[in-house]
Design a protein around this ligand. Structure first.
Ligand code: ZDP
Length: 277
């Protein structure tokens, strides 16, 4: 089987041309093996380009490195779009690709020179739909108390199709991600588990963020997490609607558009190599 390796700011994925079948060509167990950095190709996830559904150009399926299947993947969908230009044999600046995902239709636009802008749709704030049991029955979860390992945090929650828990801190460098990340991920207030982002406000238009991803652990970047970060920042009065989010792997430009309530994410997608399994 042919595969290509892509990354968005170091958040790396194995891309599979799955256009001939509407079932993924590898199982979740095989994906775990392929993602292993010592015994496999090495990646944060496996992404499949499947035939269209619901008037879209293609369908995206993704497996995390632990074999679980998330609804959406922000860095992954930029890689998906760049991979599609490779499959189609031409890169057309301005071309849009509506993609069917478990989070609905998500639309990347090719900007040229490896940059992709993605219409990520609207953020979901309803606690039951994120899902979280925090502020149950309320409209949204903004700066609610959550105790993790005997420490109280003020957290906000946003779904970008997948669940995110956002925590503002003074210094992201001081966060013991490896220790507390898994405790947030599996906390009982998150029935579908959660991705967790720790955020430092450098300026209202510049945030620094580190992430513990559901099903993948520490990664160098998280696109949906960067979008959720800006939503939480705006709701907490900490940042502008147009903002740069700096991740360990580099920067994403995020806009939460006031008119259509959609989030727009702009960032790179880079091919590393391709090979045969
Ligand atoms: O929600 C999840 O289980 C995530 N691990 C999915 C992957 C998200 C990603 N990091 C992104 O960029 O949005 C790929």
């Amino acid at each position: 089987m042919q595969f290509s390796k892509y990354h968005g700011l170091g958040n790396d994925f194995i891309l599979i041309d799955n256009r001939q079948s509407d079932q993924p060509l590898v199982t979740p167990q095989e994906a775990v093996q392929m993602c292993d950095r010592h015994f496999g190709i090495g990646a944060d996830g496996v992404i499949f380009v499947l035939p269209p559904q619901n008037h879209c150009d293609y369908t995206m399926i993704i497996f995390n490195s632990d074999g679980s299947e998330p609804e959406m993947c922000g860095n992954g969908i930029r890689c998906f779009a760049q991979f599609v230009t490779e499959l189609e044999g031409k890169e057309e600046v301005g071309k849009q690709y509506p993609i069917h995902t478990l989070a609905g239709t998500i639309t990347p636009t090719i900007k040229g020179e490896g940059m992709i802008r993605v219409d990520m749709g609207e953020p979901e704030l309803n606690p039951a739909k994120i899902p979280t049991t925090l502020n149950q029955g309320g409209e949204k979860v903004v700066s609610e108390s959550l105790t993790v390992a005997d420490k109280e945090y003020q957290v906000s929650c946003v779904s970008m199709g997948n669940p995110h828990c956002l925590v503002f801190v003074d210094k992201v460098a001081d966060v013991e991600l490896e220790k507390i990340g898994p405790l947030f991920e599996t906390h009982e207030v998150f029935p579908q588990k959660t991705n967790t982002e720790f955020i430092e406000v450098v300026r209202p238009d510049y945030l620094k963020m580190r992430v513990w991803e559901r099903g993948a652990g520490i990664t160098l970047a998280c696109g949906t997490g960067a979008c959720a970060t800006v939503v939480a920042g705006v709701l907490n009065g900490k940042c502008d609607r147009i903002c740069t989010v700096e991740l360990p792997g580099g920067c994403l430009e995020i806009e939460w558009n006031q008119e259509d309530n959609h989030i727009y994410m702009t960032g790179p997608a880079v091919k590393a190599f391709s090979g045969n399994l």
